[in-house]
Design a protein around this ligand. Structure first.
Ligand code: NCD
Length: 303
């Protein structure tokens, strides 16, 4: 039995296989409509979510399975003081697989050590978000056809943005990927990430100036400033609008740039960009559902 807590638990061959399954689901949805008949997914969400929870649920329904769960900590026994370990043991009696989001880094890992069914990390604090990375990878793969030789700009809250941390882990394994980290000084990418890139000789640069690096980018991954991880509101208010992508700022961008955002968007991308053919963020939402379908099939070992 296998869980998914960190994207690095999947080899690049396994990622290729998930991408191929997702492509096949998109082409032949009927083939998959009963693959999970009689199976149940439990969504245990201790933090707010729209896309991740609903896409897990839609994914399970489209595989013929069923869904149970809760969408806020206050409506679960966590409010009475139950531990994550006990919740995981309990839910193992009701469901076949768990998707868990939690504000504490490591909580889904603890759940996976105590559950007797697979646990998927649906976001743990400012740490990791591997299934968002699956959505991001399918988007990049369908837009570009490959991962090698891409220059990937990551912009916004690189300190607390868990989607950024997981995406870097996944992309660094491909050939000649170059990262451009664009953030205010207060929200820089953590030094442990930079150290490990340095150690492997992976190219990266850091800047505060989005427009200056725009012409180099093949992918621009925008992110929201993670208000819920700040210790004080003043810092959030000062930093929240550091980057707002507008059509003018794309003047010098490549014609085939792909603009991604894990969403929710607060103010980082002007709605005037939504109809630009380079905007991929709503496709990314749809692709996330197909990758979650592929992942559920893999972890439940459905042929
Ligand atoms: C992201 C998350 O929860 O980390 N949202 C998502 O799952 N698509 C990004 C965010 O909240 O900013």
């Amino acid at each position: 039995m296998r869980s998914l807590i960190d994207i690095l638990e999947l080899s690049t061959e396994e990622l290729d296989s998930l991408l191929a399954t997702a492509d096949d689901i998109i082409a032949n949805p009927q083939k998959y409509a009963h693959k999970c008949d009689g199976k149940k997914l439990a969504t245990l969400f201790f933090e707010p979510s729209t896309r991740t929870r609903l896409s897990f649920e839609a994914a399970m329904y489209e595989l013929g399975g069923n869904v149970l769960g809760f969408s806020e900590a206050q409506s679960s026994s966590a409010a009475k003081g139950e531990s994550v370990a006990d919740t995981a043991k309990t839910v193992s009696c009701y469901a076949d697989i768990i998707a868990m989001r939690h504000p504490k880094e490591g909580a889904p890992l603890v759940a996976s050590m105590n559950a007797s069914i697979p646990v998927i990390n649906a976001g743990d604090g400012g740490h990791n978000h591997p299934t968002q990375t699956l959505a991001d990878l399918l988007t990049i793969h369908r837009e570009k056809g490959h991962f090698d030789n891409l220059t990937v700009g990551l912009c916004g809250d690189l300190k607390f943005g868990r989607t950024v941390h997981s995406l870097i882990s996944a992309l660094r394994r491909y050939n000649n990927v170059k990262f451009v980290f664009i953030s205010p000084n207060e929200l820089k990418i953590p030094s442990y990430v930079k150290e490990s890139l340095k150690k492997e000789g992976i190219k990266y640069t850091e800047t505060t100036d989005l427009e200056a690096v725009m012409p180099e980018l093949d992918i621009l991954y925008m992110t929201r400033v993670q208000r819920e991880r700040f210790f004080n509101e003043e810092d959030y208010l000062r930093l929240k609008d550091s980057y707002i992508l507008t059509p003018e700022k794309l003047t010098n961008a490549k014609a085939d740039l792909s603009i991604l955002h894990p969403l929710p968007r607060v103010n980082e991308i002007s709605v005037a960009i939504d109809n630009d053919p380079r905007a991929c963020y709503f496709k990314q939402v749809l692709y996330g559902k197909f990758m979650r379908m592929a992942l559920i099939l893999m972890l439940l070992e459905v042929e």
